[in-house]
Design a protein around this ligand. Structure first.
Ligand SMILES: [Fe+2]
Length: 217
């Protein structure tokens, strides 16, 4: 049962995600922004994904392990939240602070965390591919949902890029930090297309047995 296998894996990811949250929270404390209210950065697009789509899709799995429910959960959690938003955030953070020679500790932490995230994303791809193979209706369900979420995901990226640009314009302090507004935008677009194309690779196979045979033992 692909559905229950995915749900059990999500439960094990909770441990990883809790450790990631703890790492960022300790870092915030250490650099003196532990009390910063991050909800100030949650625009409507962010809220649509993190306050609504993600919890709705994951909570549905408590009572529904149908292919449709699992495809939607893996799409929003593994493909959009992890595969597009988190990846773009880590990439930008690395680009900016590595070049500036700042924050080596948290950059190292993000490298470790990326290994966990890579595993989560791969399992999301594996799960969705197995559910959509040989089934055009489910391929469509996946792509339609990804497109619907993309508008909001890009809204998050655009908002954060806008804030960074505004901050730079308003600051008259000389800084080592260089931020290229298009870098994060382009990376997010690229990640979105990569996630979709990974799922489309399953189109090469007529059914699950063919897909499994190609993946090897
Ligand atoms: Fe994750």
């Amino acid at each position: 049962m692909e559905g229950s296998e995915y749900i059990i894996s999500c439960e094990s990811y909770l441990h990883d995600e809790a450790k990631h949250t703890e790492m960022f929270s300790r870092w915030q404390q250490a650099v003196g922004v532990g009390d910063l209210d991050l909800s100030a950065y949650h625009n409507d697009s962010y809220k649509r994904i993190f306050y609504e789509a993600l919890p709705e899709a994951m909570e549905r799995l408590y009572t529904d392990d149908s292919p449709e429910a699992v495809i939607r959960a893996a799409a929003v959690y593994n493909m959009i939240v992890e595969g597009v938003l988190a990846e773009s955030g880590y990439y930008s953070f690395r680009q900016i602070y590595k070049k500036a020679g700042l924050f080596p500790g948290i950059l190292q932490g993000i490298d470790y965390l990326n290994m966990d995230e890579g595993r989560h994303i791969q399992f999301g791809i594996y799960t969705i591919q197995r559910l959509v193979v040989g089934n055009e209706e489910r391929f469509k369900l996946f792509h339609d949902y990804m497109d619907e979420l993309w508008a909001h995901a890009y809204g998050v990226v655009e908002y954060l890029v806008g804030l960074a640009v505004l901050q730079r314009e308003q600051s008259n302090v000389e800084s080592r930090i260089v931020f290229e507004p298009d870098m994060m935008r382009q990376y997010a677009v690229k990640q979105f297309h990569i996630r979709k194309s990974k799922i489309d690779r399953a189109r090469k196979y007529k059914n699950l047995s063919e897909l499994e045979a190609a993946a090897g033992p």
